[in-house]
Design a protein around this ligand. Sequence first.
Ligand code: 26Q
Length: 815
Amino acid sequence: MFYNKELFKFTFKEQLVSRLGISVEEATAEDIYKILGSLIREYIGREWANTNFSYKEQKEKQVYYFSMEFLIGRLLGNNLLNLGMLKTVREGLQEMGWNLEDIEEQEPDAGLGNGGLGRLAACFLDSLASLGYAGHGCGIRYKYGLFEQKIINGHQVELPDDWLQKEYVWEERRADKRVEVRFWGNVEVSEENGRTIFKTVNYEKIWAVPYDVPIIGYGDSHVNTLRLWSAESAMDPSRIKVEVQNNYYNFLNYNRSVESISEFLYPDDSGYEGKLLRLKQQYFLCSAGLQSVLRTFEKLKLPYSELPEKVAIHINDTHPTLVIPELMRILIDDKGFGWDEAWELTTRTVSYTNHTLLSEALEKWPVKMVRDLLPRVYMIIEEINKRFCGMLLKRFPDRQDLVSQVAIIESGQLKMAHLAIVGSYSVNGVAKIHTELLKTNVMKPFYELFPERFNNKTNGITHRRWLMHANPELSEAICEAIGTDWIKHPHQLLGLKTFKDDPAFQDKIMNIKRGNKLRLAAYIKEKQGISVDPDSIFDVQVKRLHGYKRQLMNILHVMHLYNEIKDHPEADRIPRTFIFGAKAAPGYYLAKSIIKLINVVANVVNNDPQVSSKLKVLFLENYSVSLAEKIIPAANVSEQISTAGKEASGTGNMKFMMNGALTIGTLDGANVEMHEMLGDDNMFLFGLRAEEVLNYYQYGGYLAREVYKQDPRIKRVIDQLVSPGPFCCHEREFGMIYQSIMEHNDEFFVLRDFDSYTRTHASIDQVYLKPQEWVSKSIENIAHSGNFSSDCTINRYATDIWDIRPVRSSLHIRK
Ligand code: 26Q
């Protein structure tokens, strides 16, 4: 159908008439998107069924990636790319008077994630399908994704992200595959034939209904499944009648409270306190997901003792840790296993990725909440804890200190990371430095107990979305230079190194970057009415707003540049455009105040005629996957400036590198590995190292006030936060930011790294003055970025953790 343009156009027009009763001339962009989406859905339907059939026939081991977040963004362009139909469809639409990019804009961003962790899950699904692995996603179909951000008067305002308002073309509701999830109740214990039986009574039951989204691999490969669960009321029809007659409003409230389980995605909040609804969401995912996994396994007609050979369950951070006690519960209560066998099967099935070193971000739940909501699951957690602590005391009889340090339940709290480590066979960090710090600091006692479980899997990003789709011109230029093998084998991008000093190739790369900058400039002009100079350095920091990511240091540096320009208006400068994009958690007031500061500085800088031709500042509203795809290809400089030891990996850093931006960064997360590949010449490093930061935390010795006193440039910008001047009208305006530095001693070492940061920025200017040198470094970055393709990452997970191999494609079987 889509194999040639004429056929495509014919089918397309026919569908417009038969489904919507309109001609191409009458159709709106939304009509075109819907018809195109449903055509693709229909087309891949058979491949989807074939993939599932061949998995079952061949009894392939299946991997299930359990995650509370899948930040997939838009699918239309990527699906066309992976199906090899991009050119046919683009040209066909063109001939019918439509531009594919405009049609893509019709699709809502599926924003079912906060940031890195959710986007990683989406990149992994793309790689799993493209490499032909039997790997699926299991998540929640939130009615509202991460909030939509509006900037009003410089402040962040949150609006609900009503992404399902219009029909979502990619999902398939599978009511026939719904499962029951149970909350609350009491556990009755009895003896039957010498066995203790646990029965939960008086529970509340609800339905989990799956919505399946096809995950289409690149080329002749597979269609895997992302299964997203939605909560629905499970009241019996007879009871509904009674309830409605008794009290209609109570009935409505009941329905609403059930549906609230999959209503919205919780924002990642540093000051988060355990909320019942979030715990319900986590158990809802685990219980529904597991039932569906085990149902598929049972179709193989194998004994449960083979579960670990046929199923791998991976948990994305601790959020789905309840799969561990829930699997134990099913094996013991429903399948009749004894504790030891159930424990062996569970711990050979589940593996866990840790994504954070921040101790305040480690999940803890009040015991009472878990015990009330999930009484039987809690009994099992207690038993796991009892046996684990018992084993420890036997091994180390006089180490009560160790036991309370690593216990799963301690001081009335359930520690999810401890449960995840004890209950799984593999624990991985997401970058070398992160894994090392896990082993030597945060999880040290666990590493000493279970050294064989710990391993590193450095994150990656899909080059299909972040290079081929987001930057088609660059992709094309790469193909012209080194052929197309890199698409299947991204490390072959290394072949570009031979071209880094080739003037013709350099020219091409520079022109492509300029084109991308012009496109972004046009977007900015349209959205904000501000003109930016496409010849200025586009210096970009886009990521969640968080203290440790240090957007504050970036904007203080901008304030310092402003002061310099005002002091020396005559001095020559290379024009810079600083671009920010960031959402702050709604309750994170300091972060929100930093957003306001960026907007205030932008307003001053952009409207000062003495300054605005040399310096511009933009805050782009509502940073999201689709906005990232516009911004990243246009960047010259990538800001990866977290306090060393705080950013587990970062993945934005990799996206910028792949698009030829040069990084200014600390030796943190995956920056460390970028530096190993690129060397000092192709990256701008600055600031404290992780050991130095740790030393300060441990032994003290850092006084932000001293730095403030000694460096007049720093004193000036810090004072400008709270005293009348260009950026501030009253003392209170940025008082919270001022206090975080001056009263709370600058937890993230902003002032400590400021001088080093400023000097490094100055050296960026010097390199930018020599375009050949700059572009050669840029090519070097692109050449090494193949190492960060999530294809490489997924291959490592597949061999080292999941023990799976690519499956022969269903297409190949049929051929
Ligand atoms: C927890 C409890 C309640 C509500 C929300 C949360 C929550 C939600 C999301 C906690 C954390 C997150 C997300 C964390 C995250 O994105 N971490 C990032 O993961 C990336 C992928 O590994 C890394 O590259 C980043 O370094 C890391 O910050």
